[in-house]
Design a protein around this ligand. Structure first.
Ligand SMILES: Nc1ncnc2c1ncn2[C@@H]1O[C@H](COP(=O)(O)OP(=O)(O)OP(=O)(O)O)[C@@H](O)[C@H]1O
Length: 242
């Protein structure tokens, strides 16, 4: 069953009196409980897509079908409130999921920082607080825009496995924007590759392998080569155009 369908999305922004076409007839669907990764060159329109799916932005044309359920959206910028502590940023109200918030903060390596303020944390720590908040919303759909972008490689690996554990427990539908081909291969059931701006769907690459996965597995190495080739073609369009 489809949880989310994106139909023929088109979006144009006006920049310096010129029309910048960002999405151009984008179509895809995501099944209930599926973990989908979106890969595409920088600036192709991935965050714009999430802004439309979440209702923050109304597209020029096209439609979004959400089959019941609601979503939690973790944007690239962490959007933590500077006047609230880590614990209070993690929860919508003071009473809300107190115990779970404490547990998740500990799980994500933030024990002892519950009463710190965002400005007292590193970029990677702020990103982890934002992830805790997103998870505590307990929505059926998670929109994660580069959730691990500010993390070092080691912490990123730990966070990926925690996210997989949480997903296995709850089977939410996840859409993950990432620049990291290996991250997409380790986590996702299916990878959508987008073209350079204006974004359309370039390829749909299923990853039908059990988890936890090992990036040195021969089938993953083959898929990685395939994805890198697809992305290099699109990247070269960005740099040629620039
Ligand atoms: N509100 C806006 N007004 C004008 N232009 C915008 C707006 N939002 C995004 N853009 C432009 O749309 C294009 C796509 O931006 P978007 O943030 O969706 O890309 P992205 O694929 O998420 O990039 P990255 O991978 O680097 O985060 C960019 O060229 C950006 O300058």
């Amino acid at each position: 069953m489809s949880r989310l369908e994106v139909k023929n999305l088109t979006q144009t922004f006006n920049q310096k009196n010129t029309a910048l076409r960002v999405l151009d007839g984008l179509n895809f669907s995501v099944d209930d409980g599926q973990f989908v990764a979106l890969l595409g060159p920088s600036g192709c329109g991935k965050s714009t897509l999430f802004n439309i799916v979440s209702g923050l932005l109304v597209p020029d044309t096209g439609e979004i079908y959400l089959n019941t359920g609601d979503f939690a959206y973790m944007q690239q910028k962490d959007l933590l409130l500077p006047w609230r502590t880590v614990l209070r940023n993690s929860r919508r109200t003071p009473e809300y999921r107190e115990v779970e918030a404490q547990q998740r903060l500990a799980q994500l390596g933030l024990s002892g920082f519950e009463n710190s303020y965002p400005m007292q944390l590193s970029g990677g720590m702020r990103q982890r607080v934002a992830l805790v908040r997103t998870l505590l919303f307990r929505k059926e759909i998670l929109l994660l825009d580069e959730p691990f972008g500010a993390l070092d490689a080691m912490t990123r690996t730990v966070m990926q496995s925690i996210l997989l554990d949480i997903w296995s427990e709850n089977r939410q539908t996840v859409l993950l924007i990432t620049h990291d081909v290996e991250e997409a291969l380790l986590l996702a059931d299916k990878i959508y590759v987008l073209t350079a701006r204006p974004a359309t769907l370039k390829a749909e690459v299923p990853v039908p392998l059990p988890r936890p996965r090992n990036i040195t597995d021969t089938s993953l190495i083959r898929l990685k080569k395939e994805l890198l080739t697809l992305l290099q073609v699109e990247m070269s369009k960005v740099f040629d155009a620039g």
